[in-house]
Design a protein around this ligand. Structure first.
Ligand code: G1P
Length: 289
């Protein structure tokens, strides 16, 4: 079984649900307490052993690349002022040279098309996908939990979570067959079904472990719902001849691509923050009275 070393992070989206904030700032760079949302997703992937990150970017996303580069003037100034703790922190967070790649999705043709744009860098090995809109707060990182499941069952794995039935049309939804603990056998998946035809209330949460054959399928995947090339449709085809499981992770997800989800994420991370957690908790209490 090949190790999961690479992860694809599609970051080309416009962030239309939180305009005007995202007019000049990529939505992935909006701060959740003291770091961009994207930083948490990278930490989640690192904990799972990911060594190489492939960002599928678009125009106006340059801030992402800069964030992972060195900032010499800033580092010099921090050292001059003796702010060594912040300096060390920045240094620790700087990725190893060569551990990040950036490819452009030249037109907004959907998630499936974005993933396909990373095919040359993925090559012939299984890989992870993390949708950086979604932050997952958990004891053990969600992707680490999935890697553990992958070691048991191999093949392809998607993270799922139960949601209220009237919300299903916003997500990909699975058709569960048999459950063995957290691992669920499936007979199908459907992208953004209406509640009337949704096969369950288990939504696909935005974390995937996929075999490289998905790229050949995406190569000729026709556009699906919303006239976008849907990853879910390609996964349904992959499922016809490869092992495919859903994994119900432990943790809580926050949709940082929406106003309310983003706000909730800020609250959740602030209340557990090592420096401001205590004050944040009493502040939240005050507001709720
Ligand atoms: C994408 C996927 C969908 C998944 C969702 C999770 O949809 O296509 O299957 O449930 O992410 O956030 P999007 O939010 O890009 O419309």
């Amino acid at each position: 079984m090949k190790k999961i070393r690479k992860a694809v992070l599609p970051v080309a989206g416009f962030g239309t649900r939180i305009l005007p904030a995202t007019k000049t700032i990529p939505k992935e760079m909006l701060p959740v307490v003291d770091r961009p949302a994207l930083h948490y997703v990278i930490d989640e992937a690192k904990e799972a052993g990911i060594e190489h990150f492939i960002f599928v970017t678009g125009r106006n996303k340059g801030a992402i690349e800069d964030y992972f580069d060195r900032a010499y003037e800033l580092e010099y100034s921090l050292r001059e002022k003796g702010k060594t703790d912040i300096y060390d922190q920045l240094n620790n967070d700087t990725p190893r040279p060569g551990s990040m790649s950036f490819v452009r999705q030249q037109s907004a043709k959907g998630l499936g098309h974005a993933i396909w744009c990373a095919r040359e860098i993925i090559g012939n090995e299984p890989f992870a996908i993390l949708l950086p809109d979604v932050l997952i707060k958990s004891k053990k990182s969600c992707l680490s939990q999935m890697v553990d499941a992958y070691k048991k069952v191999g093949g392809n794995i998607i993270a799922v979570d139960a949601i209220p039935h009237d919300q299903v049309s916003k997500y990909g939804v699975i058709n569960p067959k048999k459950r063995e603990g957290d691992i669920i056998q499936m007979s199908g998946m459907v992208e953004k079904p209406s509640p009337a035809i949704a096969p369950s209330n288990l939504k696909i949460t935005g974390r995937y472990i996929l075999q490289p054959e998905i790229m050949n399928i995406l190569e000729n995947q026709v556009a699906g719902i919303n006239n976008e090339v849907q990853l879910t449709d390609a996964m349904v085809r992959l499922m016809q001849n490869q092992k495919f499981h859903a994994y119900e992770y432990e943790g809580k997800d926050y949709d940082c691509g929406s106003k309310l989800g983003y706000f909730e994420a800020v609250l959740a991370y602030a209340k557990d923050h090592s420096e401001i957690g205590k004050q944040a908790r009493s502040m939240i209490k005050r507001f709720s009275q």
